[in-house]
Design a binder for this molecule. Structure first.
Ligand code: CP3
Length: 342
């Protein structure tokens, strides 16, 4: 399919673009009343994720309403543990919860490698979305990084310390590597299937990267991200490791095209550590969008100036906060387009 707007893909490959492309992590979701309307007609989040027609609809909403330069398939990183045999529940106001977790060798042995059949609903949603987008913008596929998935599979829910998950790295590293291997193999298959279904680029989200010391991060987490990046050669790969300050130099050596920065990662320092070759993505503080429109524009311009006008994909430094006013998000997007195009 010929793309009418391929700014994101060209920037990801390091090519010159007329302006900086922009999208927003978690752009499809509660910030849009149109999303809440679609979701309210279903039993909840999981039914929405598992109904390809509706998932495609909410994937495209931010392209129509916010004017972003890419769509990201509406799904969740937790579909992987589910496909491996650990179903999740999305508790209203409380986030995800896994009734069963991985504690013993027997639990680990029972886990399946996620296959195409168990994730067919995501692949179907991708095919439908690509058809309905009709080449307007590229579609981003995604998966959680193995370390972040490991945390959920061991802890069963989000945590302040993730001490259960971190304990295993010290106590039973062999067990940790075995679980990481299974998640990695599932993720490689999943991302390859997303690409075959039509995803134009993929992002790996390592939301809990920041809780590990850098040596452990490199040995237990980045190693597996690297394996995934090595196995995806058909489309560009974005790695977003939130809080992985001490590993930026190592991330710069991963076989990916784009490195996402969170809002605490200083831009010039990150460029030096990561090197000149890769495209950087990010990194406006999501809380900056609580400000007035003039401040949002000024902060956006400052960000564009710091990154420079090439090898940059504009985004927030993490997902947009669910209580954010959609007009503020649009102000950020419009300002990136206008200012970087001058
Ligand atoms: O627009 C998009 O970015 C695509 C959809 C998307 C969702 N989750 C939908 C979602 C993506 C890319 C994700 C990734 C995800 N999911 C991450 C990594 C990114 C990050 O923010 O660090 C993580 C850690 C999860 C796990 C998860 N899913 C949590 C912790 C929660 C509850 C907190 C929250 O954000 O609501 C979810 C639920 C979830 N995933 C919602 C959405 C739109 C909210 C569900 C609802 O409609 O109420």
């Amino acid at each position: 399919m010929e793309l009418k707007n391929d700014l994101l893909l060209r920037a990801a490959r390091g090519e010159k673009t007329e302006r900086t492309p922009v999208w927003v992590m978690r752009q499809a979701g509660r910030i849009l009343k149109e999303y809440r309307e679609v979701r309210s007609k279903l039993s909840g989040f999981i039914e929405l994720v598992q109904t390809p027609e509706r998932a495609a609809e909410v994937t495209i909403q931010p392209v129509d309403i916010l004017g972003v330069d890419a769509a990201i398939i509406f799904s969740d990183i937790l579909v992987i543990p589910e496909a491996m045999g650990l179903p999740y529940i999305m508790e209203e106001g409380n986030g995800p919860f896994f009734p069963n977790t991985i504690k013993t060798d027997a639990d680990l042995d029972k886990l399946r490698i996620a296959d195409e059949d168990s994730l067919g609903y995501v692949l179907e949603a991708i095919k439908l979305t690509v058809r309905e987008l009709d080449g307007r913008v590229p579609l981003i596929g995604f998966a959680g990084a193995p370390w972040t998935i490991f945390c959920y599979m061991v802890e069963g829910r989000g945590s302040k310390t993730f001490s259960e998950a971190r304990k295993i790295l010290y106590d039973n590293p062999g067990f940790a590597h075995k679980l990481m291997d299974k998640i990695t193999e599932s993720t490689i298959r999943y991302l390859k299937n997303q690409v075959a279904a039509g995803a134009n680029i993929v992002q790996i989200f390592d939301s809990w990267a920041g809780i590990l010391p850098s040596e452990q991060y490199n040995n237990f987490a980045l190693k597996y991200i690297s394996k995934i990046a090595d196995s995806i050669s058909e489309v560009p790969v974005i790695v977003f490791a939130k809080g992985a300050y001490g590993s930026r130099r190592s991330i710069g050596r991963v076989n990916c095209d784009v490195v996402g920065l969170d809002w605490n990662m200083e831009i010039t320092e990150s460029r030096t550590l990561i090197g000149a070759e890769k495209t950087l993505q990010g990194n406006l503080d999501p809380a900056a969008l609580y400000a007035g429109f003039d401040t949002i524009k000024a902060e956006t311009r400052k960000m564009i100036d710091q990154f420079g006008k090439s090898k940059h994909i504009a985004n927030l430094g993490h997902g947009v906060y669910p209580d954010m006013n959609a007009d503020k998000v649009k102000c950020f997007i419009d300002e990136v387009k206008e200012y970087s195009g001058k």
